[in-house]
Design a protein around this ligand. Sequence first.
Ligand code: HEC
Ligand code: HEC
Length: 452
Amino acid sequence: MLVMAGLTAPPAFSTVPAATAADDKALYTAEELAAIYRHSPLGQPPPDSTDAVADQPLAARLGQTLFYDVRLSANGRVACATCHQPARAFTDGLVVAKGLSTGTRNTPSLLNVAFGQWFFWDGRSDTLWSQALKPIENPREAGSDRLHVLHVVFGDPVLRAEYQDVFGPMPPLDDHRFPAHARPDPDPDTGMNSAWRGMAAADRVAVDRAYGNLGKAIEAYERRLISGKAAFDRYVAGLRSGDAAAQEVLSPAAKRGLRLFVGPAHCELCHAGPGFSDGQFHNLGLPRLQHAAMDAGRADGIQQLRADPFNSAGVFSDSGGAAAAAQLRFLPSPESMLGAFKTPSLRNVALTAPYMHDGRFATLEAVLNFYAEAVPSDHEYGIGRREKTLKLVPRLSAPQRQDLIAFLIALTSPPLPPALLGPPPPQCGCTAAAAAATAGPSRRSRRCSVSR
Ligand code: HEC
Ligand code: HEC
């Protein structure tokens, strides 16, 4: 409830430090204020015990190289950064992603991805490193295979040295036991699959371990993609300190939107915490799109996660063990999660159009119109059961929707440091002359011999 100016009784939040006349704290109830504080500051991502190199700078450097390296793909033209473009907050601006061919889902931002517990819209990966292995072999994305990728790293002296610095020796990929291309394939009759089955079991494990390591390096890079302070964070810092001038950073509309968000609009039921996501899965009852195949969302994701040899409980996980196994055992039944998708973060959402798992909404207006109209009235929706908690989201008037959008725009942060937005710069220790002397089309040139 709003605490009106001029009340004689002391407001419920009178224990907070004395506020100046213009301090916005007077605008909010104690409850609202506590809710606002839960969203900022962003802080640091939790450690990842499944990836022993998650916070190692050398691993992050290798991962950063791999992230921008088109050689990992089947056609030599697709890198992670093809779809996760740094200049677009690590999205691609497309409705659904396009790699070797067109996919079915929208490319999510990678900013702050390290705060998550489940990855992909359907959470079919439970670690960032195991996530990174999927697009490499996805026929619609990079369409490649683990043997090819390992041969690329092995054949590049710089990459191989970086790998070995972090993980120790690579498998002897120049031995004929290791074919040029191989991967396990759902279709048993592919040449890739036969080549994979043709390898000795121990060699397959060695390959999987090294392949997993590449994912762990990529994770170390992704963990550094933490967005800086948005206007909203500066505002919350101003609220905490009572600095009325700092509170000017949000427009009145954005402040009204914020109050709606944490209050009557109930957005924070799902878009919770500093990352503006509970990291969980919800069925919003999005209407079925014509011509689109049914997407079971989390229901399929649970089954794929359990079957994934790279999941957190598997042998390639650096912690694994009982806790990870329990996490996977106590997942909800897939049927109950039909049509549920992961709550996206709303930080930088103004930069990541189009929206939803299938990119169906071009603008934030369209998303807000959906929330305003779909709830609480029933309508024909695609799959599964719309979540009941959505009934708490009231019909939002047009001005309320505009206020919410003003607030969402205030979640935009400044760009990351340029050093994170492309392949890593040459190792320090290189002189400019040495770097120029070795410059050439080869990736090798990024690392100077003088640095080793
Ligand atoms: C062809 C475009 C494309 C390429 C290439 C691609 N991605 Fe993605 N990425 C997507 C799409 C689309 C999704 C969502 C797919 C889904 O949920 O099924 C996604 C999801 C993710 C996620 C999960 C984010 C979250 O919030 O759950 C991460 C992390 C990620 N990609 C990292 C990578 C890395 C690392 C690479 C390179 C090894 C890569 N991607 C290559 C399009 C791409
Ligand atoms: C019941 C949980 C829940 C509630 C409540 C909720 N959301 Fe969402 N929101 C989600 C989920 C889940 C998605 C993704 C759905 C999908 O793609 O199928 C989403 C998507 C979005 C998106 C698109 C983001 C993107 O990157 O695609 C925006 C914007 C958004 N919500 C804003 C809001 C606002 C504003 C409110 C309050 C009016 C709100 N949400 C209430 C769960 C929720």
